[in-house]
Design a protein around this ligand. Sequence first.
Ligand code: 13P
Length: 334
Amino acid sequence: MNLTELNKIATAMVAPGKGILAADESSGTIKKRFDAIGVESTETNRRDYREMLFRSKEAMSQYISGVILYDETIWQTAADGTPLVKLIEQSGAIPGIKVDEGTQALPMCPNELVTVGLDKLAERLKKYYERGARFAKWRAVIDIGSGIPSMTAISVNAHALARYAALCQAAQIVPIVEPEVLMDGDHDIDRCYEVTQRVLNKTFQELRVQRVALEGMVLKPNMAISGKKCTKQASVEEVAEKTIRLLKACVPAAVPGIAFLSGGQSDEEATAHLNAMHKLGPLPWGLTFSYGRALQAAPQKAWSGKAENVAAGQNAFSHRARMNGLASRGEWQT
Ligand code: 13P
């Protein structure tokens, strides 16, 4: 493992003014997104859509530091035969790959999940590195509800995240460690804070036990935020203040960067929250976005599967990327 090189990549992923495009929707998830805009989820349509994003010159060269790809996409070529990975590299962004294989029901723990995909991961990472991936992502899912999460779910998911992270670093790939506490549900921001604190503490404990070098990773957490169905929605300032307090308490300064998931927030909320956090600096780590929905909802709608809408889709993507780029410096204004 070359830790200097891993640290250089992790630092570039969270460079001020830039963030990560999470374009790693599984086939099932992208079908849901395409259904919403009336587009059939064929391999060609998925390729055309992602090619549109990766050829968005302004967004990709100025505001996007890296792109998380799904397995299908990393092997695909653009309509002119250029590998999609090359399009990303040519724009100056770093290609990354989602390597978890989704979730399964966790035995003995009703309504809880464990993320799977460790078997053969070392071999898969080698192939992804050869194809150009320099970072990877693994997402654990923790749900808040009556009697959950259990310590069992927090613990097994943290263990798997650390196993994945160690394998990545051994393969000279920067792991994005993503323990997502879902914002579905009617819990308030303080319950989210308390659960996320337990999850982050357990995750860093496992990372240490398994000898993961914190300098060579990026954390992808949820924000401390009210559940979507909570009757009392916390303000932007409260989300920013509680999230920063939480992260300062749980995330060692050796970690080069934190890149948030959007998790179902609206486009503007996700931007406003990140921006407000940068007003609370100085911060010990880089702090930016790794948004999926909050970067792609607008371009998906503008594109709607029509070739004549490609420029409109790219404009919509560049706009959101620019807004989040500004937010990552605390310079966004409504
Ligand atoms: P969202 O920003 O849509 O939550 O997606 C980010 C992601 O990569 C989830 O794993």
